[in-house]
Design a protein around this ligand. Sequence first.
Ligand SMILES: Nc1ncnc2c1ncn2[C@@H]1O[C@H](COP(=O)(O)OP(=O)(O)O)[C@@H](O)[C@H]1O
Ligand SMILES: [Mg+2]
Length: 286
Amino acid sequence: MSTRYRPPAEARVYVPAPGEASDVELMPAGDVTEGVVRVGGTIRRPHQPQSLAVAGYLDWLEDAGFDGAPRYLGRDVEGRDVLTFLPGQCAGPVPEAWVQSEELLASVARLLRRLHTASAGFLPDTHAFPPRYIPPRAVRQDPAELVCHLDVTPQNVVVRDGLAAGLVDFDLAGPSTALRDSYNTAMHWTPLRDPADVWPGWEGVDPFRRLRIFADAYGWDQDERRRVPGLGIEAAALSYERMRHNAATLGGGWARMWDDGVGELILRRRGWLEANAEQLVAALTE
Ligand SMILES: Nc1ncnc2c1ncn2[C@@H]1O[C@H](COP(=O)(O)OP(=O)(O)O)[C@@H](O)[C@H]1O
Ligand SMILES: [Mg+2]
């Protein structure tokens, strides 16, 4: 446990130290947040409704000794959130060939397992996470619930020396379960998609083999492995509803993704999971 003094997240003001590096670099755009920049050794992001809830979670992770997440340093004079910059490389919007590395895939699973271990016991208190699902539900609906990342895409993992070293972009963090977060991560990293939606350059990649590598490295038990297709089908249905809701109510990047056909892609994924359920379980258990 760290004993470093930290003011409460809402009172934390970021004042650069004299002589601190202040070179500015625009970060590659993700799907939603506009204007993420690196300033010296920090990241500046627009303040969000969930920023303080996320800050409480990042504080907890720091105290738990988890080194794979940014620290919340406070808000700068422009009101932006300031986080530590994690050096390394993140995938672009269409993940590059190097993202296919199986060693990297296994390291993502291990990093996520460490995140989940470090997250155990954290209960959001002062600042609630906004509800992710439609309709909104109670925070502690399932005794297995755990606050976790829930958006571990290739674009949100920092890679160093070919291995996953950090997670960024905790905007969707909130209460879920370790199994759902690990399924979601595997879905993004395998990836589990209809062949029609495979990224250019990823045509030769075997999703069954990659899912097994993830499962072994994360440590899904036999029961969890058998639940994966059903969980994926349910997650696709929820994700479809959530994306549609966010596109209609929040607009911005959500509406852009919807107009680009993400809803259809999710439905095709669900169909692919249904058609391949048995083969997926076989790949995971035999
Ligand atoms: N703390 C950080 N350390 C290093 N790189 C970061 C950090 N935060 C964001 N980035 C980089 O900026 C990109 C966009 O930021 P992100 O927080 O993911 O916004 P979005 O919500 O748009 O996806 C990320 O994909 C990553 O490349
Ligand atoms: Mg992102």
